[in-house]
Design a binder for this molecule. Sequence first.
Ligand SMILES: Nc1nc2c(ncn2[C@@H]2O[C@H](COP(=O)(O)OP(=O)(O)OP(=O)(O)O)[C@@H](O)[C@H]2O)c(=O)[nH]1
Ligand SMILES: [Mg+2]
Length: 388
Amino acid sequence: MNDEHPAANAAARYIMIGGFLGAGKTTAVSRLARYLNERGLRVGLITNDQGSQLVDTAMLASHGFPVEEIAGGCFCCRFNSLVEAAGKLSATSRPEVFIAEPVGSCTDLVATVSYPLRRIYGEAFAIAPLSVLVDPVRAARVLGLAEGGRFSEKVAYIYRKQLEESDFIVINKCDLVPAEELARLRGALETEFPGRVVFEVSARSGAGLEEWFEAILNTAAGRRLAMAVDYEVYADGEALLGWLNATVRLRGATGFDGNAALRTLAGELQQRLRSAGAEIAHLKMTLDPVGGMGGLAVINLVRNDFVAELSQELEDEVEVAELILNVRAEAPAEVLRGALEGSLGAVFGAGRAVTARLEHLEFFQPGKPQPTHRMTDWNATAEENLER
Ligand SMILES: Nc1nc2c(ncn2[C@@H]2O[C@H](COP(=O)(O)OP(=O)(O)OP(=O)(O)O)[C@@H](O)[C@H]2O)c(=O)[nH]1
Ligand SMILES: [Mg+2]
C-alpha cells in the first residue's frame, strides 16, 4: 500500500468521472484504474446506465478490473444500489479506490450523490473532486464556438449543468483538435465556469493524464452550495434522448471478420439514423466471440459527422459471437429501433454469409429523474424535498 495517497487510508476514495455521452469517460476510467493498480492500489469500478446489457461493463471487465453495474436508472435515482454495489466490491476485492462512471445524460450529482454519500456514509468514503469530461468538438458546438450538428436547447441545458457542478473540467481528446481551437475552448469554459480547474488530456494517447489523476488523488472535493437545477427542464432534456440497448447473436457460415462486421453495421446505422434526423450522442458496440479466448472488439461513434472508430480489435476470425449495441441519440426511441431493424436486415439478412438473431432489445426515453436524496449543502443536516 502507498501511504502517500489518501485512498490508502481507512476510508476508500470515491471518484466520479462525469461528462456528457461519448466524452471518453469509460476510456479515462480504464486509464485511471490502470494508473492506480500500477501504484499498488486496489480499485473497484462502478458503471451505470438507464438500461441493461452495457457495452461499458463488458469493456472494463475485459481489462480484468472488478466491475459492478447499476442498470435501469442513474446513480442519483438508485442511490441505495450504488452503496450496495460498493459493498459488493468491498466484499470481493476490498478496493481502496472506487471509480464510478455516472450516466452521460445525468447531472446534479453533487447534491444527489456526493453530499448524501458524505453525510450518510462519511466514515466509509473520502469524496474526490468531481471531474467532468468534454469532447472538444461537441463542447465547441454547445458553447456556440463552432458550427455543426447539435442538440436542442434542453439537452444543452443538461450539458451546461454538468459543467457548472464540476470541480475539474477535463478537455479530453486533445489529440483531435489544433492548439488554437483548444485555447479558444479553454477560454470560453473558464469564462462561463470560473473557478474550475481546467485540464487538457487525451485519454487515448495518455497525454496530460498524470497531472489530472494526481489532482484527483490529492485534492479534496469542493464544498460549495450545490447548484440550482430546474428539474422540469432537466426531465424534458432527458426525454428528448432516445436509448436503445440490444444483444444480437451473430453466426457465420464459416469464420468471419468480426471487426469488419462491426464497421459495416455501424456505417449502416449511422446512415439510417442521420436520414431519420437523429443526432447521435453515442453509438457503441462490442463483439465478443462465443467460446473465444477473452478478446473483445469495441466500436464507437460519437456524432453524426464523424466516423465509427474501433477502439479494440479482434485478432482472429470468429464463427459465433455476441454483439452488444448501445445507442443514445436525440430522437424518439422508436426511430432508433427502426434504424436497428433496418440495419440488421440490410447487413445480416437472408442470403448473407453472417446471420443475426436478436436476443435482447429495449428502447425508451428516460423518465423524469427522481433522486433518492438531494442535499445542497456540504454540511447539510436536513434533507431537501424535491417537488415531484
Ligand atoms: N481521439 C480520441 N478519442 C477518444 C479519446 N478518449 C476517448 N475517445 C474515444 O471516444 C469514444 C467514446 O469513448 P467512451 O470512453 O466510451 O466515452 P463515454 O464518455 O464513456 O461514453 P458514454 O458512456 O456512452 O457516455 C470512443 O471511440 C473512444 O475511443 C481521446 O483522448 N482521443
Ligand atoms: Mg461510458
